[in-house]
Design a protein around this ligand. Structure first.
Ligand SMILES: NC(=O)c1ccc[n+]([C@@H]2O[C@H](COP(=O)([O-])OP(=O)(O)OC[C@H]3O[C@@H](n4cnc5c(N)ncnc54)[C@H](O)[C@@H]3O)[C@@H](O)[C@H]2O)c1
Ligand SMILES: O=C(O)C(=O)C[C@@H](O)[C@H](O)[C@H](O)COP(=O)(O)O
Ligand SMILES: [Zn+2]
Length: 371
């Protein structure tokens, strides 16, 4: 079993990664249960894994009821948040009890937020079941729901007590969802780790085709990168954690435009957003055109969208920049952008004029710019 620690003082927690871990979860959860039940919230596509988890909990003597929600981004809503909170209250959850979020990023973000506000905060454990949630969303304590105004606009920072990652659960995940999660893997290479992007170019296709070693390596490497960044800037205040938002200002605008209906899922929007961020950087003369092209080519190779057209977004620049006005990085009317001086050289640029972004997107709408 590999363990990575998120070092946050009294909020520190371990991330355990191992093939077959789900079936052994009961033993690892026993110290947190302390004789109390562990309610589970999951979605309807994960019921096989729910059965494995509940069997493991029962074997360890831990009682567990489950709430099964409809799958998909639309569940990150006020209505589902109310449902989860009411269900936890009906189950008599106490502040020191642990709720288990079993599922992808939607379940993790929703349940984490419910746990942040029920009785002003109860504990929770992340058991991520998608590649995206295993490499990104289960770690770091960002929890949220969406509103019609945009992504993750209502939420809280609330760290889990433990993250249990079983790479074998990915065997039941669709190819589309695997590829979407892979976009966030590639992100770590592009932020500050060019050697890892090289690794992605060499091993990404095998990872997506089912190579267990490649998956395990990518998960451990990604989680270690995220743990390091979160430990340096838990609440996204000093510019370090904002690096994890590479591709997300563009990507969240694309998701809002698509309407959270499953036509464009988060990881796909992030891939398109990263490709746009690199081409925007190239258009400003910051990033070599050849490196921006390498990024777009890698996403295309693994079946991910590399821009507006590939993402199926026909909106103009003004509309997309309108969505960006809700970005949580906005400060004093200015929106900082994650741009790149090259692969592994992402930085936060506070001097971007949104009219320039608008013109760039209008040009991209017709045809992707060089890079
Ligand atoms: N909190 C963070 O730091 C953070 C980071 C990245 C993304 N996110 C959020 O995460 C969400 C996306 O997460 P996601 O990509 O995991 O989406 P998701 O939770 O919607 O899961 C994708 C799909 O896979 C299904 N599924 C889950 N596990 C499965 C399995 N093992 N086998 C078969 N099907 C399975 C789900 O039911 C769903 O239909 C977005 O809302 C995004 O904003 C949050
Ligand atoms: O953990 C972070 O910090 C991230 O930015 C990770 C992102 O992949 C994730 O999509 C996050 O939810 C985006 O954060 P937001 O603050 O822009 O909603
Ligand atoms: Zn993301």
């Amino acid at each position: 079993m590999k363990t990575v620690t998120v070092a946050l003082g009294e909020r520190s927690y371990p991330i355990h990664i191992d093939a077959g871990l789900l079936a052994r979860a009961g033993d690892l959860l026993l110290p947190l249960a302390r004789g109390r039940a562990m309610p589970i919230v999951t979605d309807g596509n994960v019921t096989d894994h729910l059965a494995t988890l509940q069997a493991s909990l029962a074997a360890a003597g831990i009682a567990s009821d489950a709430l099964v929600l409809p799958p998909g981004e639309a569940s990150k809503s006020w209505a589902r948040l109310a449902e989860v909170c009411d269900w936890l209250l009906a189950h008599g959850v106490e502040r020191s009890d642990h709720v288990i979020a079993l599922g992808g990023g939607v379940i993790g973000d929703l349940v984490g937020f419910a746990c942040a506000i029920v009785k002003r905060g109860c504990r929770f454990v992340q058991v991520p079941t998608t590649l995206l949630s295993q490499v990104d969303s289960s770690v770091g304590g960002k929890t949220a729901i969406n509103t019609p105004a945009g992504k993750n606009l209502i939420g809280a920072f609330h760290q889990p007590s433990l993250v249990l990652i079983d790479p074998l659960v990915l065997n039941s995940l669709s190819q589309r969802e695997l590829a979407a999660g892979y976009a966030e893997v590639v992100k770590y290479g592009l932020i500050d780790d060019a050697a890892f992007f090289d690794w992605c170019e060499e091993h990404g296709p095998a990872l997506l085709a089912g190579d267990v070693d490649a998956r395990q390596y990518a998960i451990a490497h990604s989680v270690a990168a995220k743990a390091r960044i979160v430990a340096a800037d838990e609440h996204e205040t000093n510019g370090t954690r904002a690096l994890l938002n590479l591709g997300h200002t563009f990507g969240h605008a694309l998701e809002a435009e698509a309407g959270f209906d499953g036509s464009l899922i988060h990881g796909e929007a992030v891939a398109a957003g990263i490709a746009l961020a690199f081409r925007f950087s190239a258009a400003r003369g910051l990033c070599p055109v050849a490196e921006a092209e390498r990024v777009g080519a890698h996403f295309r190779r693994v079946g991910l969208p590399d821009g507006l057209q590939a993402a199926g977004i026909g909106a103009d620049g003004a509309t997309l920049v309108g969505h960006m006005q809700h970005d949580k990085k906005m400060a004093a009317g200015t929106l900082p952008f994650l741009l790149a001086r090259g692969i592994g050289k992402t930085y936060l640029d506070r001097g971007i004029d949104l009219t320039e972004v608008e013109s760039f997107l209008d040009a991209e709408r017709v045809a992707p710019l060089p890079g």
